[in-house]
Design a protein around this ligand. Structure first.
Ligand code: RIB
Ligand code: CA
Length: 313
């Protein structure tokens, strides 16, 4: 099986970290051409620091990591330290990174990589606000037809929002970018809150991460111990949703997930519903389907996959 070439676009964030670790542990299925960092959960200097910390934790210092956009296309940056802590990777006590960032801007890396690889061979995996992806599409419209697939975490319909009543954080931070991406014509798979809120890290599941016993397993358990307090208090759930690893798990075993190919448009005008993913789940409009919008997963299978892969590092 030829591994799928991907670029991970990310704003680590503990859940981004788990998504990156699982991808790094899966070279038979996933060939990470590079990691591009964007401002989101925390500012860019921290997301680009955290991505390096995660790769060093996994012993993968050869991964190319690029810094990208430090603010949304047309709005002030909104961050989420209240969820992820002031560093964005609170929980484990991990050393400062020693590896350097790759030369060049993340947006140019995305453009160059898509142009240098055959059309339809590179998958983009955004785990944060879509600023880098949209900027690349604006700067080089020709890349839209070269993207094999965009598999992103973002949005919500039945679950509503998590940063406002109607908007999920990644889309809310940069709704203009999301609008560009969802109108790009590239094939899109969406992992919205509707599915990620079913991927709850219960105590038993986090204990399984900790029982791996490796520095990676222990660090992931400590990340989750920190990260989950916000969602457990807010939703009264018995664990935090592991949002971003749904993207990586889909790349490895898409059969874990189910959803519908529907039209999804982004609210970019009303401040009341800014960043809402208007998902035509029931097909009540004549708007053309543009995204596969997931709403269910095999949660036990998902966590079994994550635990097995994390144990490989
Ligand atoms: O709303 C959840 C998403 O926002 C996740 O990607 C999390 O890391 C934050 O970026
Ligand atoms: Ca993220």
């Amino acid at each position: 099986m030829t591994p799928r070439k991907i670029i991970i676009d990310t704003d680590p964030g503990q859940d981004d970290a788990v998504a990156i670790l699982v991808a790094l542990a899966s070279p038979e299925e996933i060939d990470i051409l590079g990691i591009t960092c964007v401002a989101g959960n925390v500012p860019l200097d921290l997301t680009s620091r955290n991505a390096r910390i995660v790769c060093e934790l996994a012993g993968k210092r050869a991964v190319k990591i690029f810094a990208g956009c430090d603010r949304p296309l047309g709005r002030d940056l909104v961050t989420a330290e209240h969820v992820h802590g002031k560093t964005g990777l609170d929980g484990p006590d991990l050393p400062e990174p020693t590896m350097s960032l790759a030369e060049g801007h993340a947006v140019d890396f995305i453009i160059d990589t898509l142009r240098e690889n055959a059309p339809g061979t590179v998958t983009l995996c955004p785990l944060g606000p879509l600023t880098n992806i949209a900027t690349a599409l604006q700067k080089a419209p020709d890349i839209a037809d070269r993207i094999a697939k965009i598999v992103l975490m973002g949005g919500g319909y039945f679950e509503g929002g998590n940063i406002t009543p109607t908007a999920e954080f990644n889309i809310y931070v940069d709704p203009q970018a999301a609008d560009i991406v969802f109108k790009s014509g590239a094939p899109i798979v969406v992992m919205p809150l509707d599915v990620t809120h079913k991927a709850l890290v219960t105590k038993a599941r986090n204990d399984a991460f900790r029982a791996i016993g490796s520095p990676v397993g222990i660090a992931v358990a400590e990340m989750t111990d920190f990260f989950e307090r916000f969602d457990k208090e807010k939703y009264g759930s018995d664990g935090a949703p592991l949002h971003d690893p749904c993207v990586t798990a889909y790349l490895i075993n898409p059969d874990l997930f189910s959803g519908r190919h529907i039209n999804v448009e982004i609210e970019t005008q009303s401040e009341l519903t800014m960043g809402m993913t208007v998902a035509d789940w029931w097909g009540v409009t004549d708007r053309a389907p543009n995204a596969t919008f997931m709403n269910d997963l095999d949660a036990d299978g998902f966590f079994a996959l994550l635990t097995e892969r994390l144990a490989r590092l």
